[in-house]
Design a protein around this ligand. Structure first.
Ligand SMILES: Cc1cc2nc3c(=O)[nH]c(=O)nc-3n(C[C@H](O)[C@H](O)[C@H](O)COP(=O)(O)OP(=O)(O)OC[C@H]3O[C@@H](n4cnc5c(N)ncnc54)[C@H](O)[C@@H]3O)c2cc1C
Length: 462
């Protein structure tokens, strides 16, 4: 039996960050994963989808090249190569994580792990079994796409994000159930490559967790680009047939059947809590996730759970941050719990969305007397120069002290721009701090400064 100070079960962004941090802190560490290192994020989530979306953006730019005075003739899409680029990017990054494990002297064990006691993990490796012993254990087994009764995947007509990102040809028509980040990213991607996309959303707007103005803006541009959106729709069941899929829906009292080539189910995720020994050890779970405290410790003293398996927000950067906190706490060094009021959330469709903190509605409901500052990219010189003036920056401040409560950006580079506001919020910046911070000209980020000025009634350029 091999012995370690720290064993990490799951090699996604939560797990591998925890393993590296553990090694940096002088721990003897092993990481166990049944698949490629990098988890969903590098192999089937964040990275491959962003590679596909970049391909779609390049195609979009070429289609509209005449706007920039460039005539492009005979454009041909090789969809298989589009997918291959995405798979190659993932494969390269996963190898990079293997290299990082070696560099940090973390032992990589390939196999399926299950906790058999509070200090032991049994690892199935094909027809062999290895038991490892560890003082501290971090569970980072991630999550998988959710299903509901009557709404199950068949992998052919009714697909999840995993199949969607490896389709060799774009479907003729595609119904997407759910309009969170994953649903709208695939809507953008397939629409660009000519698929007739129909989004079905149960709530009264797409991207329902975003600020209302953001949802409206993305919806407006999606509809202009030909994406059909149906809101307030309840899906009753889905049937995958030989040549098409049928979605049975209900709106108010009327029922309807929507037919399409394929259906993409994007209705959230559920934690991988099964078959990892939680029940026998009495590790507490809640609604498909492992329950933890502010340092990601479970109800068992030496066992921590991080990332998607420990519940929302299901984001790679949250998993990694939790990896740091959990290991530092487990090894007894001082650490700071995560501030969950300052988590950036990004959606990589075009126009992109980047947001953090409270929406306008949440701030009002929390009792704040708010002041909103807004700046439209229509009035930004840089946005005009690059040829994309869609969207805006919307900042929400507490009127009393001018403190930043929430930031919401929709526009071509929103996912890069939001970082500045995360720093501002972490440092409890006020509207003055943001407005008086000189922003280079011409940049899209000048819109942030202008939005802060607007909150004080003195925006210059609109
Ligand atoms: C299509 C898609 C797009 C996404 N885009 C983004 C994005 O743009 N930005 C973002 O922040 N997040 C995004 N996410 C979410 C992100 O991928 C997850 O939040 C992140 O991967 C969670 O990391 P994790 O370490 O908790 O688990 P995971 O990345 O899920 O890794 C868990 C690992 O545990 C392993 N494992 C599970 N059980 C066992 C076992 N019993 N034994 C051994 N190994 C096991 C798995 O093989 C896996 O490698 C996306 C997700 C999807 C599906």
């Amino acid at each position: 039996m091999s012995r370690y100070d720290l064993a990490v079960l799951g090699g996604g962004p939560g797990g591998y960050v925890a393993a590296i941090r553990g090694s940096q802190l002088g721990q003897e560490v092993c990481i166990i994963d049944k698949e490629k290192l990098g988890g969903v994020c590098l192999n089937w989530g964040c990275i491959p989808t962003k590679a596909l979306i970049k391909n779609a953006e390049v195609y979009n730019l070429i289609k509209h090249a005449d706007k920039y005075g460039i005539d492009v003739q005979k454009v041909k899409v090789d969809f298989k190569r589009n997918v291959k680029r995405s798979r190659d990017v993932s494969a390269g990054l996963s190898k990079g994580i293997e290299f990082l494990m070696k560099k940090n002297k973390v032992k990589h064990i390939k196999g399926t792990g299950c906790l058999v006691s509070k200090n032991r993990i049994k690892v199935e490796k094909g027809n062999k079994t290895e038991t490892i012993e560890a003082d501290k254990i971090i569970i980072a087994t991630g999550a998988r796409p959710r299903t509901f009764p009557g709404m199950e995947y068949d992998g052919k007509r009714v697909i999840s994000s995993k199949e969607a990102m490896t389709l060799e040809t774009p479907p003729k028509d595609l119904t997407i159930i759910g309009s969170g980040a994953i649903g709208v990213e695939f809507a953008y991607y397939f629409n660009e490559f000519g698929t007739k996309v129909h989004i079905i959303e149960m709530m009264d707007r797409i991207l329902p967790n975003e600020d209302l103005d953001i949802s409206k803006e993305v919806e407006k541009h999606f509809e202009r680009s030909g994406i059909k959106i149906s809101k307030g729709i309840k899906v009753l069941k889905i049937e995958g047939m030989k040549t098409k899929a049928k979605v049975y829906v209900k709106k108010n009292r009327s029922e309807e059947i929507i037919e399409s080539d394929k259906v993409l189910l994007a209705v959230g995720v559920t934690g991988n809590i099964e078959d990892i020994g939680l029940e026998s050890l009495g590790i507490e779970t809640k609604s498909g996730s492992i329950k933890t405290d502010q340092f990601n410790k479970t109800n068992i003293d030496n066992i921590y759970a991080i990332g998607d398996v420990s519940g929302p927000p299901w984001l790679a950067h949250v998993a990694s941050a939790q990896g740091h906190v959990a290991v530092e706490h487990a090894t007894g060094i001082e650490t700071t719990p995560i501030d969950y009021s300052n988590i950036p959330g990004c959606t990589y469709c075009q126009p992109q969305v980047g947001s953090l903190g409270m929406t306008e509605d949440e701030a009002i409901k929390s009792g704040f007397d708010i002041q909103v500052g807004k700046f439209l990219f229509q009035a930004s010189g840089k946005a005009m120069a690059v040829g994309d003036t869609r969207g805006f920056v919307k900042l929400i401040f507490d009127k009393r002290y001018g403190e930043l409560l929430g930031a919401h950006i929709v526009g071509s580079e929103a996912t890069e721009m939001i970082a500045e506001l995360g720093m501002a919020k972490a440092l409890e910046a006020t509207w003055d701090d943001i407005a008086m911070t000189m922003h280079a000209h011409p940049t899209l980020s000048e819109a942030i400064m202008e939005a802060a000025l607007d909150a004080q009634g003195c925006s210059v350029h609109q």
